[in-house]
Design a binder for this molecule. Structure first.
Ligand SMILES: [Fe+2]
Length: 255
């Protein structure tokens, strides 16, 4: 299978997931319709489906435009049936989706929103606004506990899993990560790499789950240094994973 990254809006990424055997494709999170359609034509693929990770406008805004022009299947979690335009296939955790001859497993990962899903095609993870490179989504509709459960599931995937997230937020996320874990050498290394890429306007996505283990503060609730930073900001706070995660998320919200 082939993945084509499409920069959309200001800092969103949509993706064409292409079955190279049949030439059929799905688009993950079309923030806008026209650039997606143009790119599908350029790649000479037949668009069959929209895979929405969650209902936010910057992930579904292109659904109506595409549906006016093509008879597409639209996938999303069943609780978002009324919030995702044109949904035809309401999903549950563990469902399987087929595009041409490639298959994706659906992971229900609420926290950012209550109907958030990820699509896992082999070792390629499309995780919307749940996991970012060196960050995670805000808790708009879920609790810290839910988000931690969801992130734990993603953290348990093999280290070579490619992380295709919904936004180019990496540099800002790393700036924050360095405030809670300034002595993590992997963070400094990653920041250097990311700055060089961004200076040339190059995407920092995908990363891998393995890189996130080393650098993402929202995967690192066990880090002594992060726990120390949390204690410094909130003396007396309990250091169980949910409390550490919630406090790091709160600090990031204010960053
Ligand atoms: Fe979102």
């Amino acid at each position: 299978m082939k993945v084509v990254q499409i920069p959309l809006l200001r800092d969103n990424y949509g993706y064409l997931v292409v079955c190279e055997t049949t030439g059929e494709a799905a688009v993950v999170d079309p923030s806008e319709g026209e650039p997606v359609l143009r790119r599908a034509e350029k790649e000479k693929v037949r668009l069959k489906a929209i895979l929405n990770t969650h209902h936010h406008r910057d992930h579904t805004g292109g659904n109506p435009f595409l549906l006016e022009r093509l008879p597409l299947e639209v996938y999303g979690h069943k609780v978002d049936q009324d919030r995702i335009p044109g949904m035809t296939h309401p999903l549950e955790d563990g469902d399987e989706i087929t595009i041409g001859e490639i298959k994706a497993k659906v992971l229900f990962i609420p926290g950012h929103t209550r109907g958030h899903v990820a699509y896992l095609f082999g070792n390629k993870l499309f995780c919307g606004d749940t996991l970012f490179v060196a960050g995670c989504g805000r808790l708009f509709e879920g609790t810290a506990e839910q988000m931690l459960d969801s992130l734990s599931r993603l953290k348990a995937l093999p280290g070579d899993t490619l992380v295709y997230c919904g936004h180019e937020y990496t540099e800002k996320n790393l700036q924050f990560a360095l405030t809670v874990e300034p002595n993590n050498p992997k963070l400094a290394e990653k920041m250097q790499k990311v700055r060089a890429l961004r200076a040339n306007g190059v995407s920092t996505v995908p990363s891998t789950i393995g890189e996130e283990w080393e650098t993402n503060p929202f995967f690192r609730w066990d880090s002594e240094e992060i726990r120390g930073s949390v204690r410094k900001n909130a003396p007396g706070i309990s250091l169980d994973p949910v409390s550490v995660f919630a406090e790091v998320r709160r600090l990031k919200d204010q960053f």
